[in-house]
Ligand binder design. Structure first.
Ligand SMILES: C[S@@+](CC[C@H](N)C(=O)[O-])C[C@H]1O[C@@H](n2cnc3c(N)ncnc32)[C@H](O)[C@@H]1O
Length: 406
């Protein structure tokens, strides 16, 4: 039988669990709890230095506790959401605490953080425009349990958009498949299947099987601030329908690009920022977009094909490339994956001496590490905005504006 403990639950930790102390002195990371609660918890995993546990009974409830809208968001259930049991306002406060703590610990600065909701958000539900389902041996699509390869079969996902749910991937048979990704932008839908599947179910969507296009559409088109962006199936695009516009506004407002400016967009994806910055700097300016994924780079080139002053290059962003192959930009945007850009890339950007840098970050810890390189070089952080692009989860997106020493 699993060990049970009564615990007083403390602060939230990176990863979304809350920190408590076990009678043996070890730290316990407790899921399904809220800071300030007393809970009965079942240990789910133990290492030499800490336990993981699930709160299975709430003895003293937080005033911010709500009934999870999703029936699969429970101990042992779907691992996709961390905080369905937490009121949205408190979710945002918890994210703000997490960001502030990483800034303090890794960048050495005290900063009050406010996490802003995304315009159009409806109670934190029905926002995922892309959902990756795993498929079990029986051909059933489901979602992974927390820290597990096991599947939780689900009938529906409450954070997926209605357009994703209209495909009904969770209720169809996928014998032989290992994964099914559903992407929807309005009524355009694409299903991207991987594995050795012989009989595909009939879906009302475009189809890509093992990266081979089978039925149009093979990607979706998004409209942001008056421009169109084609994204091939499997390509990167923010999943919240309001995300691209909110991030683009934050980057444009923060950088304040002027006609004639030279701009570098690092980790450019399908060209969201490159294209919008291209409009602002106009034909007397220039934008160089650098993206590592060939397919995304091809989309970026197509999405900016009407802007001859925007150049897209496919290649790895690293310190050597930034130091020697991107010229002398006035403005730099960087939007790296969760690993962050890294201190060497940050130092290379500092070496370019741009007027401003916009750092878009999905991981507060790697962002704080890279921020320290800027602060150590005398740079300032005049603006740091945080957005709730991933309600019900512990994830948060940051847009930092950095300026060099005067
Ligand atoms: C968070 S996405 C940002 C995309 C884009 N800025 C947007 O908002 O849609 C990060 C992008 O960086 C690319 N990438 C990851 N590591 C890279 C590297 N070392 N060099 C170049 N691109 C990389 C990924 O392919 C992905 O398109």
């Amino acid at each position: 039988m699993s060990e049970e403990l009564e615990l007083d639950v403390g602060r939230v930790a990176a990863g979304g669990a809350c920190v408590a102390r076990a009678p043996d002195g070890r730290v316990v990371f407790v899921r399904h709890a809220i800071p300030g609660e007393r809970v009965r918890a079942v240990i789910t995993d133990t290492t030499t230095s800490y336990h993981r546990a699930d709160a299975v009974e709430v003895i003293t409830a937080s005033p911010d506790r709500v009934a999870p809208p999703c029936p699969y968001a429970r101990p042992g259930g779907c691992g996709g959401c961390d905080w369905q049991h937490v009121a949205l306002s408190r979710q945002r406060a918890l994210k703000a605490e997490l960001v502030a703590e990483q800034l303090q610990r890794l960048a050495g600065i005290s900063r009050d953080v406010v996490v802003e909701p995304v315009p159009g958000d409806v109670e934190g539900l029905r926002w995922r425009t892309r959902v990756q389902f795993a498929v079990d041996r029986a051909g059933r699509a489901g979602l992974h349990r927390h820290r597990s390869h096991d599947l939780e079969p689900v009938d529906a996902c409450l954070i997926a958009t209605d357009d994703v749910e209209a495909v009904g991937a969770e209720r169809l048979p996928w014998p032989g498949a290992t994964g099914v990704e559903v992407t929807a932008a309005g009524s355009q839908r694409v299903v991207h299947v991987s594995g050795r599947i012989a009989d595909l179910p009939d879906v009302d969507a475009g189809l890509v099987v093992n990266d081979r296009p089978r039925r149009v559409p093979h990607g979706v088109r998004h409209e942001v601030l008056g421009r169109s962006f084609d994204v091939a199936a499997g390509g990167f695009w923010q999943v919240h329908p309001g995300a691209a516009a909110v991030l683009a506004h934050a980057v444009l407002d923060g950088l304040d690009p002027q006609p004639g400016d030279r701009v570098v967009d690092l980790y450019a994806g399908v060209g969201l920022f490159a294209s919008l910055l291209g409009e602002r700097v106009g034909p007397t300016g220039s934008v160089l977009a650098l993206e590592g994924d060939a397919r995304a780079g091809a989309d970026a080139a197509r999405n900016t094909s009407d802007q001859p002053h925007v150049k897209v290059r496919t290649g790895t962003v690293d310190a050597a490339t930034v130091a020697s192959r991107v010229g002398r930009p006035a403005l730099v945007v960087l939007d790296p994956p969760r690993a962050g850009a890294g201190v060497q890339v940050a130092k290379a950007i500092i070496g370019l001496a741009p007027r401003r840098v916009a750092y878009v970050a999905c991981d507060p810890a790697t962002f704080a590490r890279d921020l320290k390189a800027f602060l150590d070089a005398g740079w300032e952080l005049p603006s740091l905005r945080a957005f709730d692009l991933f309600p019900m989860t512990e994830h948060v997106e940051l847009v930092a504006i950095l300026t060099p020493p005067a």
